[in-house]
Design a protein around this ligand. Structure first.
Ligand code: NAD
Length: 485
């Protein structure tokens, strides 16, 4: 059968589409209707895929880099031909508006290309080379790997693992989220035209699958993106065989707004970024500290802007926020809202309840919270939904301490036209990425990762690529007669 993005969702094991006896399905979060059936992998499927990944590694790791790069670039070109179809499927499984789904697929293709170029910069580092000795730092592929993907960016986070894995000579099994398995399965199916069997595989399943993969002795490396809670379980499981892990986890990003900003423009940007993807982004702005001298004006501007953001099915024209991706997350976000007072809630959505009970689809309107206590749940935990708490500050040292008073450390931003002040504050923030007068902006050329409980290691940039490689020192005496001893 030819390749069709919209139907026939199967595992890919050793180059072949592999049906399973048992299937399940995701839910379209805008309608509540079932999406197509997808595989429920068994332990046997895992064993087969790991064996195929190990076997393929023996040859793929020896393929010259230029060939691996060529294959990856050809794969990127092929995805590009299917951007519209993948975007449509992404809306159906994840819920995000079509324009942003299209952006996610197109940007992922761009990131694959950038990463392929970056990877060519990783070469042997010669520390010494003379008549007597050659001393070299090398980077060698690790082995059969697993890429575990969450449900908020099923395309970009799948390719952000797949591309670096294969470019660096590893083989990879992609495990999409059970909530959003569709695009991941299809991307891997499409990849079969460009990579030998076993180099890129996909397994979809229920909650058993992740633990089976992380515990498997044949897996050498895990690249995981998801919650800090699950990340710790992954690390615990990986510790038993000392697998290499990269963990991209949760965040509680602070944005610090200084008193000199253009209030209307900044408030609009902060609200756009806080509510993008319906707040379901690891590096969404999740706490806003506004200088007290501009607080009232800023709050009013942010609320006015939030009211203009349209919420609805991702298939509708002009929608900024689609539904929350799944029922569990919808209930979690509603839980945060139920703890807030009616006047705090009425701020941004015009009514005391920012969601419609009884209608299909997991929709929640953008909600701005006025000065919750610093130790309240909304100010300290990650809601992963469209709720944005605003607090005030007056003392620079104090606001830095408050921004850092969290076990999270993914991103942070400072907003000011006084770049000296912004840089001074930014340099003291404990986060993997610090933005000045922006937030969220991704760039495949630089590392992305979390400090503290937001993660270990990075993806992106040369450091991210090196996370897919072992370091090896080659210490060569040029004669059997030479040397120290
Ligand atoms: P999650 O941790 O529930 O699930 C992530 C993935 O892990 C899914 O594929 C899931 O099936 C799998 N999984 C679940 N239990 C597992 C286990 N015991 N062993 C192995 N795999 C297991 O996360 P989610 O709800 O899908 O995603 C939301 C979270 O992800 C948020 O906390 C968000 O901040 C974080 N996130 C982080 C980044 C980042 O780059 N730092 C990016 C996106 C999302």
């Amino acid at each position: 059968m030819g390749f069709t993005v919209s139907e026939n969702f199967q595992n890919t094991i050793n180059g072949k589409q592999s049906p399973t006896a048992v299937t399940r399905h995701g839910i379209n979060p805008a309608t509540g209707e079932p999406n197509p059936e997808v595989p429920v992998s068994t332990q046997e499927d895992v064993d087969k895929a790991v064996a195929a990944g190990q076997e393929a590694f023996t040859t793929w790791s020896d393929v010259p880099f230029e060939e691996r790069k060529k294959a990856t670039l050809a794969f990127a070109d092929e995805i590009e031909k299917h951007v519209a179809e993948f975007a449509k499927l992404l809306v159906q499984e994840q819920g995000k508006p079509l324009a942003f789904a299209t952006g996610e697929v197109a940007m992922s293709v761009g990131a694959l290309r950038q990463t392929a170029e970056l990877a060519s910069q990783i070469t042997d580092e010669i520390i010494e080379d003379n008549e007597d000795r050659k001393l070299v730092i090398r980077h060698t592929p690790i082995g059969a790997a697993v890429g575990i993907v969450p449900w908020n960016f099923p395309v970009s986070l799948c390719l952000q693992k797949l591309g670096p894995a294969v470019l660096t000579g590893n083989t990879v099994i992609i495990k999409p989220s059970p909530f959003t398995p569709y695009c991941g399965l299809k991307l891997v199916e499409l990849a079969q035209g460009f990579f030998p069997p076993g180099v890129v595989q996909a397994l979809s399943g229920d909650d058993n699958l992740g633990p089976w993969l992380t515990a498997h002795p044949g897996i050498e490396k895990i690249s995981f993106t998801g919650s800090s809670f699950t990340g710790k379980k992954v690390m615990e499981s990986a510790a038993k065989t000392l697998k290499r892990v990269t963990l991209e986890l949760g965040g509680k990003d602070a944005a610090i707004i200084c008193k000199d900003v253009d209030v209307d423009a900044t408030a609009a940007k902060i609200a756009s970024m806080g509510f993008f993807n319906s707040g379901q982004i690891c590096v969404a702005i999740k706490r806003v500290y506004v200088h007290e001298s501009i607080y009232d004006k800023f709050l009013a501007a942010a609320v006015a802007f939030a009211k203009t953001l349209s919420v609805g099915p991702g298939t509708n024209e002009g929608v900024y926020m689609g539904p929350i991706q799944n029922a569990m997350q919808y209930e979690k976000v509603k839980g945060f809202i139920s703890e807030l007072s009616a006047d705090q809630l009425a701020l941004s959505n015009g009514d005391a309840k920012p969601f419609d009970e009884g209608k299909p689809g997991y929709f929640i309107k953008p909600t701005i919270i006025d000065r919750p206590a610093d130790d309240s749940r909304i100010a300290t935990e990650e809601p992963f939904g469209p709720i944005l708490p605003l607090m005030t500050w007056s003392d620079e040292k104090d606001v830095i301490a408050r921004a850092n008073k969290t076990r999270m450390g993914l991103g942070a931003s400072v907003w000011s036209d006084d770049l000296e002040q912004a840089s001074r504050i930014g340099s003291k923030l404990q986060a993997g990425t610090v933005w000045i007068n922006t937030h969220l902006e991704p760039d495949a050329r630089v590392p992305f990762g979390g400090h503290k409980e937001s993660g270990i290691g990075t993806e992106g940039g040369i450091p991210g690529l090196k996370g897919w490689l072992n370091v090896q020192t080659l210490n060569m005496r040029k004669s059997s007669k030479g040397g120290l001893f």
